[in-house]
Design a protein around this ligand. Structure first.
Ligand SMILES: Nc1ncnc2c1ncn2[C@@H]1O[C@H](COP(=O)(O)OP(=O)(O)O)[C@@H](O)[C@H]1O
Ligand SMILES: [Mg+2]
Length: 286
C-alpha cells in the first residue's frame, strides 16, 4: 500500500532519516519501533507531507505521493496523528469530531451564509456520524465533555475517532501509548484491531510498549540512526540480538541473557539434556 524508497531527510547537516526503505502492506498493522532519535517521527512526517524529503520516494497504491501536502494526502485517505495529542480544549468531544471533515478539507464556512438549510442538514448528519464514532470507541458518555478535560488516553481515542470522521485508508499513529494507562491502552488497541478488521484500515504504529506492539503488530520494523535495522514478526524481532541491543539497550539485553542463563541452569539442575537448547526450541515454537 505504501512503499518508501531510500528516503533521506536532512535538517541542515544532520541526517534524521538516512536511506530508509520499507513497505507497509495493505490491511496490516505495521509496528515501527526504535530508540529515541531514530527518525521514526521524521519518517512519519515525510510520508504525511509535513516535511519534504531531501531525497527518496513515497508511493501509495502505485502513485508517487512524495512531497504532497497533508491536505492532498488527507483526501487520499492517508492520515497521521501526533505524538502530542492536540484538541480544541474548550469544545466538546462531539464538536471536536464534527470539526474534522470541514476543518481538514480546507472548506470555508462562506457557504453557510448562502445555504443555511443545507448546512443545517449536513451538521445533523455530522453529529450523527460523530455519535456513531463515539459509540464505536465505547466513549459515548464523553460526547458532551469538554475535550480539555479528557485524560491522555481519552484524547488518543478522540484522535483515533477523528480518523473515522473521514474515509481513512491508512493511519499513522505516533506513540499512541505515551502517557496512557494500561486499561485505556487496551481500549485503544481494541479499537485499532476492530478498525483494521471491520473497516479495512491499514495502520502504521510507532510505540515503545513492546507488549502493545507484540499484541497488535505484524510485521514490526525497527529503525535506528535513520535507517531500517530489521523487520519481522514481533517474536522474531525480540529474538534478534542486534535489535534487542539497538532498541532496548544493553541493560535489557543483559537481563534477557541473564534470564536465559538462569533458565539453562534450572534445566541442568533438573538433568535436562544439553543441546535441546535455544535454537531447536525457537525453531519449533515459530
Ligand atoms: N525539525 C527538526 N529540525 C532539526 N532536527 C530535527 C527536527 N525533527 C527531528 N530532528 C532530529 O532528528 C532526529 C530524529 O528525530 P525523530 O524523528 O523525532 O526521532 P524519533 O521519533 O525516532 O524519536 C533527532 O535527533 C531529532 O533531534
Ligand atoms: Mg518520535
Amino acid at each position: 500500500m505504501i512503499i518508501v524508497e531510500d528516503l533521506h531527510k536532512h535538517f541542515g547537516g544532520f541526517q534524521a532519516v538516512s536511506g530508509a526503505s520499507m513497505e507497509i502492506a495493505k490491511g496490516s498493522i505495521t509496528g515501527l519501533i526504535g530508540p529515541n532519535g531514530a527518525g521514526k517521527s521524521t519518517l512519519f512526517n515525510v510520508i504525511a507531507g509535513v516535511h519534504k524529503p531531501t531525497s527518496g520516494r513515497v508511493v501509495m497504491d502505485g502513485e508517487d505521493i512524495t512531497g504532497l501536502p497533508p491536505h492532498d494526502l488527507f483526501h487520499k485517505g492517508l492520515l497521521r496523528t501526533f505524538q502530542i495529542a492536540h484538541e480544541f480544549s474548550s469544545m466538546s468531544v462531539r464538536e471536536n469530531l464534527m470539526m474534522v471533515p470541514a476543518g481538514q478539507s480546507g472548506e470555508t464556512l462562506w457557504n453557510a451564509w448562502f445555504h443555511r438549510k443545507r448546512i443545517r442538514d449536513e451538521e445533523r448528519a455530522l453529529a450523527k456520524k460523530a455519535d456513531d464514532v463515539l459509540d464505536f470507541l465505547t466513549i459515548s458518555h464523553l460526547a458532551d465533555e469538554r475535550a480539555g478535560n479528557l485524560s491522555g488516553g481519552q484524547k488518543k481515542l478522540l484522535e483515533l475517532g477523528r480518523t473515522m470522521m473521514v474515509d481513512a485508508k491508512i493511519v499513522f499513529l505516533d506513540e499512541v501509548g505515551a502517557g496512557v494507562n494500561r486499561t485505556l491502552l487496551n481500549t485503544i488497541g481494541d479499537a485499532i484491531v476492530r478498525l483494521n478488521k471491520e473497516r479495512g484500515y491499514t495502520f502504521c504504529v510507532i510505540e515503545h510498549d513492546m507488549d502493545f506492539i507484540g499484541r497488535l503488530c505484524d510485521p514490526v520494523i525497527v529503525m535506528a540512526e535513520g535507517k531500517v535495522l530489521a523487520e519481522g514478526s514481533a517474536a522474531h524481532i525480540m529474538e534478534n540480538e542486534a535489535v534487542i541491543e539497538a532498541y532496548l539497550g544493553r541493560g535489557l539485553k543483559n537481563k534477557v541473557k541473564a534470564e536465559a542463563e538462569a533458565e539453562e541452569a534450572r534445566h541442568e539442575a533438573h538433568g535436562a539434556q544439553p543441546g535441546l537448547g535455544d535454537e531447536a526450541g525457537k525453531g519449533g515454537a515459530a
